[in-house]
Ligand binder design. Structure first.
Ligand code: ADP
Ligand code: ZN
Length: 619
């Protein structure tokens, strides 16, 4: 294959070492190469970068032009440029981390037309100085395209960097003949309309990919002892893997990270309350080392394009499905199996509802928030395919996925209608007695007929509802109450989350509403898992023992190279590429080049070394 080929597929093979375009990459690339504008909506991990990198290379090979990539995230620029240079594509970034001399050097490369891609932050792109440079490039026919990454930043729906992004409409105004490609993983219609409007992309072709992430397995478990559940999940299924654990509060982040460390994991905390350099150090370690578990608030994650995050766990309920999808989407960008795991319980429902109720926002806004929370609760309580529900929320129709907890282990359900009536009438009795309200704990004690101090103090032994629910476990009762709150028949109020009937409780009391609950996963299902019903740990490729040894040797070699080049390991080669080498044991450069992820430049730079590593390990 000639290195002068300008055919997109040749470039994909030769430069990136990939055999075929994915999803809609090919029509997008062709459209942009032909000079059209495009708006690309693709989920995280869908492969957005190649949609502008391949056209940039094609156009550069044809006419030496440079592509300007607008990106808000400095850490990301560094790694993207590193990855391109590793693949033999001349790329650079301009941002505040460069010294004056370094910046001038990059500018010279850009102005000469030798650079293929230049990454810059939006605020730099709109400066008069940079605009003058673009003008000069344009005059000489060296401006090949504009790529606007994270394009949702321009939207009014609450994003950082917005001011800087708004200024980008100047690109189209000044150089209407230069093709533009805007990219985002944010799917909703409002944001999309906003991007088109503000970036003046009315004539752009819109490419919408399915937002499904088939390699992510969704699991939502009932909260029992959240930390222990998390630990069991990580130990059983993700020993040694990199993952993110989301918690709601900074305090919980710190405590959970410390506890996981005590339990022998490599966990680091991350939240907005930590010093900037601590945050940077932790993020760096997460990106560069293997098997780090990042315990974080939602402050962590934007722009994290580490491809081999194997799990995202939620110890607290997110605000809505959008957040849940965005956060879980950080798992498995490399397309290999990954887990989105959440533990969820009564307190989550109560807390999220409270946060909305007590926020100073207007009533209409709160109504919107409640509706979004309801959709998430419905997902959490669902007995049917989680993915079908998730995708439906984003307007996509699909069929049962076979890769979520409910598909894999269809939950047994039980009819909780009668139990719900008992619970509600007990709340009613409390109220009737002295106008009093109590929280879930006491309510459950009364239903189960427990003789506690509080029961004695309030004389609740004498209630007609005392002990009428002794047949159900505490966990089952919590499930009933959780669902009653989720469905809005009960409301938790005040400092002590005391429970109160709502208007709609009457329908349940009259027996007009049927309540079907999942059987708490605990008793019946734990046994199954213990007998091996759990699944195998996802490995890139199943390797035998010798294969594992070769894989380990390759990883050690890669760590060395990554350190030398000051880059994360995955920039050198992905896990999947190394695993494929370990499995196929290529013995020649030619055989090596057939492995996905091995492009011409990497073959030249590392081929001999790799063959030596592979040969050096006893077969
Ligand atoms: P996004 O920016 O959409 O989240 P990326 O551009 O980072 O996704 O791509 C995700 C991963 O998929 C990257 O590791 C990339 O190398 C890989 N990838 C993208 N396109 C292909 C392809 N056609 N064949 C193989 N791997 C691909
Ligand atoms: Zn499913």
């Amino acid at each position: 294959m000639s290195s002068a080929s300008t055919a997109p597929l040749d470039i994909l093979n030769e430069v990136f070492g990939y055999a075929a375009f994915r999803g809609q990459q090919q029509p997008i690339v062709e459209h942009v190469v032909a000079g059209g504008d495009a708006l690309v909506l693709m989920p995280t991990g869908g492969g957005k970068s190649l949609c502008y990198q391949v056209p940039a290379i094609v156009r550069h090979r044809r006419q030496r032009g440079v592509a300007i990539v607008v990106s808000p995230l400095i850490a990301l620029m560094h790694d993207q440029v590193g990855a391109l240079e590793e693949a033999g594509v001349h790329a650079a970034f301009l941002n505040s981390t460069l010294s004056l001399e370094e910046a001038q050097q990059v500018e010279r490369e850009m102005m000469s037309g030798r650079l293929v891609l230049l990454y810059a932050a939006p605020e730099r792109v709109t400066t008069p100085r940079f605009q003058a440079q673009l003008e000069s490039l344009h005059e000489r026919g060296l401006l090949s395209l504009f790529a606007i990454d994270e394009a949702h930043c321009v939207s009014q729906w609450g994003h950082d960097f917005r001011e800087d992004y708004l200024g980008l409409s100047v690109l189209h105004e000044r150089w209407p003949d230069v093709p533009r490609i805007a990219l985002t993983a944010t799917a909703d219609a409002l944001t999309r309309a906003d991007i088109i409007e503000r970036l003046q992309l009315r004539d752009a072709q819109v490419f919408i990919s399915s937002f499904d992430r088939p390699n992510i397995r969704y699991t939502i478990v009932e909260k029992d002892d959240a930390r222990r559940q998390l630990l069991r999940f990580v130990r059983d299924e993700h020993d040694g893997d990199a993952g993110i654990v989301y918690c709601q509060s900074r305090k919980k982040v710190e405590e959970t990270a410390a506890w996981l460390n005590d339990e022998g994991l490599s966990a680091l905390p991350y939240h907005a309350g930590l010093e900037a350099d601590v945050r940077r150090r932790h993020q760096d370690r997460f990106l560069r080392e293997e098997g780090i578990v990042m315990v974080a608030t939602i402050a962590f994650g934007m722009g994290i394009d580490k491809p081999d995050v194997r799990f995202v766990a939620h110890l607290d309920l997110p605000k809505n499905i959008e957040s849940y999808y965005q956060e879980t989407g950080r798992a498995g960008r490399d397309g290999e199996p990954a887990d989105a795991w959440m533990t969820y319980g009564l307190a989550d429902v109560v807390n999220q509802r409270r946060m909305i109720d007590e926020s100073p926002a207007g009533e209409e806004f709160k109504r919107g928030q409640r509706a979004k929370l309801d959709a998430l609760l419905a997902l959490a309580e669902a007995h049917d395919c989680r993915r079908v529900r998730l995708l439906a929320y984003f307007g996509e129709r699909s069929t049962t996925c076979g890769n979520c907890d409910n598909c894999l282990h269809p939950p047994a359900t039980w009819d909780a209608t009668e139990a719900a009536r008992k619970a509600l009438s007990c709340v009613y009795r409390f109220h009737q007695q002295r106008g009093q309200r109590f929280g879930a704990g006491h309510l459950i004690d009364v239903l189960r007929g427990k003789e506690t101090e509080k029961v004695a103090q309030y004389g609740h032994r004498g209630l007609s509802t005392f002990g009428i629910g002794a047949d159900l476990s505490e966990l089952q009762w919590r499930g009933v109450l959780r669902q009653l709150i989720a469905l809005g028949h009960l409301r938790a109020e005040g400092e002590y989350n005391t429970l109160e009937l709502t208007e709609s409780a009457r329908e349940v009391l009259r027996g007009e509403v049927q309540l079907l609950l999942r059987v708490p996963a605990e008793a019946p299902r734990r046994g199954r898992a213990a007998r091996g019903g759990g699944r195998e740990k996802p490995a890139p490729v199943a390797l035998d023992e010798d294969g594992q040894r070769r894989y380990a040797a390759l990883k050690a070699w890669r760590a060395e190279v990554a350190r030398e080049h000051n880059l994360p390991a995955y920039v050198v080669f992905h896990d999947a590429t190394l695993a494929e080498m370990a499995r196929r044991m290529p013995a020649s450069l030619d055989a090596l080049s057939g492995i996905s992820g091995v492009g011409a430049r990497k073959l030249e730079a590392y081929g001999e070394d790799l063959l030596r590593v592979l040969a050096g390990v006893p077969a």
